[in-house]
Design a protein. Structure first.
Length: 121
């Protein structure tokens, strides 16, 4: 009779990071909701000038939040492109060295320094 192969699952750090991220988001959502509830429970403004000031402050806060989000997104995008470019350069270098080895029949070890490990080709 055939043996059924099973693969054991290993809990990774990502699972822990996700739970921490969820609690952080829940906390922020709770704080925002609480602040909004406090603002709606306040008495109306004494004058139209105070109302206009509050509207301007809320608009500026919203704009700042959107700018922060856009800057963070663009930053991540830039870092991703830099990593991709670096990986492409390493691949090109490896291919060039291997081509030289094939043409010259040289035998030597190519060592790549990757953070956390050393790879030998």
């Amino acid at each position: 009779m055939k043996v059924i192969k099973t693969k054991s699952t290993i809990k990774d750090i990502k699972v822990l990071d996700k739970s921490a991220d969820v609690t952080h988001r829940m906390k922020n959502a709770f704080i925002c909701t609480k602040e909004q509830a406090e603002q709606t429970q306040q008495a109306n403004h004494d004058s139209y000038v105070e109302h206009a000031e509050d509207q301007a402050q809320e608009g500026a806060a919203t704009l700042l939040h959107k700018v922060e989000h856009a800057a963070e997104y663009q930053g991540r995008k830039g870092i991703k492109k830099i990593k991709e470019h670096a990986i492409a350069q390493v691949r090109i270098t490896i291919i060039q060295v291997l081509k030289m080895d094939i043409q010259g029949n040289k035998h030597h070890t190519l060592r790549l320094a990757i953070p956390g490990q050393i790879t030998e080709l």
